[in-house]
Write a protein that binds this ligand. Structure first.
Ligand code: PMT
Length: 417
């Protein structure tokens, strides 16, 4: 299998002399198994024609936001979501400034705004433009937004000057693209993920629940699938579609989720508990809808609650426990509380999730997390900036790959000594 088999790459080409290199880049990514579609800015078309890139990619090249013909083949939002990676190569100083400014004034900037997957730029420009503080500031800013930055190289430039700003060479770019996908790293592993909320019945029409949308858990399922794991997603009620090539088991209550998780353990290598499981459920849900009484309107009623079983603690306590990763949603002392749960629930890794703002955590597109994981007798911490749930998921999968590889090697050397 090649390094980009089944990967869908959207190549954005912007205006610059290095635009001609996109032709070779398409070919090389295809050699590695990728399906490549191309979007060009108006400036890019001054350097290389859409027809050339259409012939090479085998797909119509999209150039404008309001082109009925290309929109009918695949709409621009659909195109943004189709891609496993949006790669802008070459990325001009002007384009980087426009995405840093959050602009959506042409097709390619709009796609970047609409995308929720991995995004990378390969800058190419004159060395003075690259060194300009405005460009440097824009690059730093988009990096914090989750963009990967490939290059640039240093050397003789098309304008005759020497310095940093050359497009990374094509093999270097293909390697960098392959590195985005922790390809095959989880091949042969079974990853079980819980996601979404649970609902605890009060009566046949009412329940206790929370605001989890399932987005973070589903993003992890996709990232684990991209690393070639077999993925089972145990999902509470959400509005989301199951990711392709992932087995979804639908559950409603914490009890349902508990039974589905325990049933999956024997055959599970990595367990990731992202679900916001209700801590309590009504002791005795009513068989019939609870009626409003005729008594005065300020009458109070009491619902007695009992604690639900802790799913992840049960998984981590299993004699043949999988590598077990939890999440902890907190509004204050986030890392400190998460560390307490890492110990109390006997986890290998926990993702401390700051849910104090409306732009992160429950039901938002982004998450602000710190990952804590055991490394021998130490607990290491990696703080991630506010970023899309897809990017959080990919980094967590990378860390799990690193840690489970390390755990396996330690077990092997223990067994052989
Ligand atoms: O779904 P989204 O809208 O994308 O939002 C994502 C999220 C905020 C729900 C997610 O990122 C997150 O932080 N999930 C954990 C929510 C939480 O509050 O967990 P907790 O602190 O109650 O529990 C800690 C861990 O124990 C979690 O892994 C949880 O799944 C697990 N748990 C908790 C209770 C229980 N009875 N069984 C469990 O397995």
């Amino acid at each position: 299998m090649t390094r980009l088999t089944n990967k869908r790459i959207l190549l954005g080409v912007t205006g610059g002399i290095a635009a001609y290199k996109s032709a070779e880049l398409i070919r090389r990514m295809q050699d590695e198994g990728a399906d490549v579609r191309v979007v060009m800015t108006a400036a890019a078309q001054e350097f290389i024609t859409p027809l050339t890139l259409q012939a090479l990619s085998g797909h119509p090249v999209a150039t404008t936001l309001l082109d009925a013909e290309t929109e009918s083949v695949m709409g621009h939002i659909e195109l943004a979501r189709w891609a496993d990676l949006i790669l802008i190569a070459p990325a001009s100083a002007d384009f980087i400034a426009r995405i840093a400014g959050g602009q959506g004034d042409d097709l390619l900037t709009t796609l970047c705004l609409a995308a929720d997957g991995a995004m990378a730029i390969a800058p190419a420009m004159n060395q003075a433009m690259w060194r300009n503080p405005a460009t440097a500031r824009n690059v730093v800013y988009i990096r914090t937004k989750g963009f990967l930055i490939f290059g640039p190289d240093e050397g003789l430039q098309a304008c005759g000057e020497v310095g940093p700003g050359r497009l990374l060479d094509i093999e270097g770019l293909v390697d960098a693209v392959a590195g985005v996908f922790p390809s095959q790293a989880l091949r042969g592993r079974h990853v079980v993920i819980t996601a979404g909320p649970t609902r605890e019945a009060i009566d046949p029409v009412r329940f206790i629940s929370n605001h989890s949308s399932g987005k973070q858990g589903y993003a992890l399922a996709s990232a684990a699938r991209d690393a070639e794991a077999r993925v089972t997603l145990i999902s509470g009620p959400t509005q989301l579609e199951a990711p392709d090539r992932v087995t979804r088991i639908d559950v409603i209550s914490a009890d349902d989720m508990y039974h589905a998780a325990i049933a999956a353990i024997d055959d599970c290598d990595i367990f990731i508990g992202v679900a916001a499981v209700a801590d309590y459920k009504p002791v005795l849900p009513a068989d019939q809808k609870i009626k409003k009484s005729d008594a005065p309107s300020n009458r109070s009623i009491t619902i007695e609650l009992i604690e639900n079983s802790d799913i992840i603690a049960a998984v981590a306590g299993h004699p043949e426990r999988p590598y077990t990763v939890g999440f902890a949603a907190e509004t204050q002392d986030v890392v400190q509380y998460a560390r307490g749960k890492l110990d109390k629930k006997n986890l290998d890794m926990i993702v401390a999730n700051d849910v104090s703002g409306s732009d992160r955590g429950f039901n938002s597109e982004n998450n602000q997390t710190t990952v804590l994981y055991r490394a021998g007798i130490d607990v290491r911490e990696e703080a991630l900036p506010l970023m899309s749930k897809g990017n959080v998921a990919r980094r967590i999968i990378e860390l799990i790959v690193e840690q489970t590889g390390a755990t396996q090697m330690a077990a092997l050397s223990e067994a052989s000594s």
